[in-house]
Design a protein around this ligand. Structure first.
Ligand code: ZN
Length: 257
């Protein structure tokens, strides 16, 4: 509750302000409410502290990072066109190339400019939270963890494939992606794994798919999430390849704030 000293001078606390000019008097949402709404949505988006500074406007794409200009362009266009165009993005590239920066930049833009509810989740963190929910001493149920992941309008799933594949991991990632796909929701995904098919068929027995087999060649997204989910992704997302050195956008952003 606001004290009288904090009552907004523009709207006197009603949340509506009148728009000057024109024949009829009209009102619109007051700036104070718009601001509060942005702040609430940003907090709800759960963007990790280390990425809080990431915006589309401070993403480096000149000089040595020229190769990233088209990825930044795709991110900006996505933010501009959403929700008219709601196909998600799959940002594929090596570690340190700035995939998470772009993904966070997009959802911040959607929250601040369009008041779209968004949610950020690290893939490993999400799977860990779901796994923890099976523990009796933890209050949250699996569905309580998953509900916001299913329901949020735009989800960022960071580092897809970063958990060692098991049957459970595959089932869980299928549940998440299929639910969002069926509900026609937008998902922005980052991954370090090349968007290529699974290699030689793995043993079907389950738990670990065999270190020796995997070590023989570089693992692909198909290996890590399964071919079926990889092809589902191509229906849900536009693929954006990000090529560049590990230049660490955070290198610059360390001085940014
Ligand atoms: Zn106001």
């Amino acid at each position: 509750m606001k004290t009288s000293a904090e009552i907004c001078p523009l709207c006197q606390g009603t949340g509506w302000k009148s728009v000057a000019g024109g024949v009829d008097r009209r009102v619109t949402r007051c700036d104070c409410r718009v601001q509060a709404r942005s702040e609430a949505l940003l907090a709800a988006a759960r963007i990790p502290k280390r990425y809080e500074h990431c915006e589309l406007s401070n993403f480096e794409f000149d000089g040595p990072h020229r190769g990233l200009a088209s990825a930044r362009m795709a991110a900006c266009r996505f933010a501009e066109e959403y929700p008219m165009e709601h196909t998600g993005l799959l940002l594929v590239g090596s570690i340190g190339v700035g995939k998470t920066h772009l993904a966070v930049g997009i959802i911040k833009e959607l929250v601040v400019s369009k008041h779209i509810p968004c949610l950020f989740y690290d893939y490993r963190e999400l799977l860990k939270e779901i796994q923890n929910s099976y523990n009796d001493s933890v209050k949250a149920t699996e569905l309580e963890v998953l509900r916001p992941v299913f329901d949020t309008e735009v989800l960022v799933l960071d580092e897809l494939g970063a958990v060692k594949p098991t049957e459970w991991v595959w089932d869980t990632v299928s549940l998440i992606l299929n639910t969002r796909y069926n509900d026609n929701r937008t998902t922005i995904i980052t991954t370090n794994f090349p968007d290529e098919p699974a290699g030689e068929p793995y043993a079907t027995s389950g738990v670990d798919f065999g270190r020796a087999q995997r070590a023989a060649r570089r693992e692909t997204l198909g290996d890590r999430i399964g071919e079926r989910m990889r092809s589902r992704l191509t229906e849900m997302c536009r693929i954006v390849k990000m090529e560049g050195e590990d230049f660490r956008q955070k290198f610059k952003s360390a001085n940014f704030r």
